[in-house]
Design a protein around this ligand. Structure first.
Ligand SMILES: C[S@@+](CC[C@H](N)C(=O)[O-])C[C@H]1O[C@@H](n2cnc3c(N)ncnc32)[C@H](O)[C@@H]1O
Length: 282
């Protein structure tokens, strides 16, 4: 396991993923009943953008570094929870600390909502425990993501969001994530499963989409943000998420937000944001 998210935190892919996650959680909160977040690849929770790792790549400058100027009031209203989570971590203003997915989710969760934050890398799991483990709503575990999903589904609350966000550094990661979703759905068919994927020039996004489409789960949404053209050995050109059992009207939010992100984060005149149903709602 070579991947450390500290090198990539706050990049354009994180901005998309975290804004979508925040919207999903806001939709979950529309019902009084508590829910559980299972963050199967949680990372360390909080990232220092002035730290050595972030400084080595400067990736955050392609993402959160471009988000300072306000968008239209309509977009700002929808991304307010994301903005507030960042502001809470940076009381002095500016953005030095950046919230990873478990910190962001925790900041938005209510008193009765619960989270399992899982991270396989032992050192990162320890940092995660230090960053978030003090909160009684969180349980930090150090399992393989597949085991974590199997062990925690169905959640006692019978409402839940499962984030699958691996580094795709092993060859069979696509098969593994598809297996995880199958295992998860078997135990918890109504769960909101969010699968993050990178867009390079290898067609992974279409392989994953076809596999997920074949599962036939109503309300499966695909959201994608391309910041430049994908070409061989060109690295991360964009990213996306497949969301199974997407909350009602999440698509409407994302159709407002994602084109604005594409315009802001696209390089030069390039920038494409798409939101489409892979399996429509019933
Ligand atoms: C992309 S990062 C997660 C970022 C985090 N979700 C966020 O948005 O802030 C992927 C994480 O998965 C961890 N990881 C890799 N393989 C794993 C596995 N099999 N099970 C659980 N975690 C794993 C890595 O150590 C890394 O911290």
């Amino acid at each position: 396991m070579n991947y450390r998210h500290a090198y990539h935190a706050g990049n354009h892919a994180d901005v998309l993923k975290h804004i979508v996650l925040a919207r999903v959680i806001e939709h979950m909160k529309k019902k009084d009943k508590a829910f559980r977040v299972i963050d199967a690849h949680a990372g360390i929770g909080v990232y220092d953008l002035k730290g050595i790792e972030a400084g080595k790549t400067g990736e955050w400058e392609t993402g959160i570094g471009k988000m300072a100027a306000p968008f239209s009031p309509e977009v700002e209203a929808l991304i307010a929870p994301y903005r507030e989570a960042i502001a809470k971590l940076n009381p002095q203003g500016g953005i030095v600390q950046y919230p990873g997915s478990p910190d962001l989710a925790l900041g938005l969760m209510r008193y009765d909502d619960r989270m399992v934050a899982n991270e396989l890398h032992p050192e990162d799991a320890m940092t995660l425990q230090r960053n978030l483990g003090w909160d009684e709503r969180v349980k930090v575990t150090e399992l393989d993501a597949d085991t974590c999903i199997k062990a925690n589904l169905p959640p006692p609350e019978r409402r839940g969001v499962i984030l699958i966000d691996p580094p795709y550094e092993v060859k069979n990661e696509a098969e593994r994530v598809i297996r995880m979703i199958r295992h998860g759905l078997r135990r918890f068919a109504q769960g909101v499963f969010m699968l993050w994927y990178p867009v390079k020039a290898d067609g992974l996004e279409n392989v994953l989409t076809s596999e997920v489409q074949a599962m036939g789960v109503a309300s499966t949404l695909r959201v994608e943000l391309m910041v430049r053209e994908a070409f061989d050995a060109g690295g991360l050109a964009g990213s996306g998420l497949l969301i199974l059992n997407a909350p009602w009207k999440l698509d409407e939010d994302l159709r407002v937000i994602v084109p604005a992100l594409a315009e802001r984060l696209g390089l030069g005149a390039f920038g494409r944001g798409t939101v489409e149903w892979v399996v429509p709602p019933k």
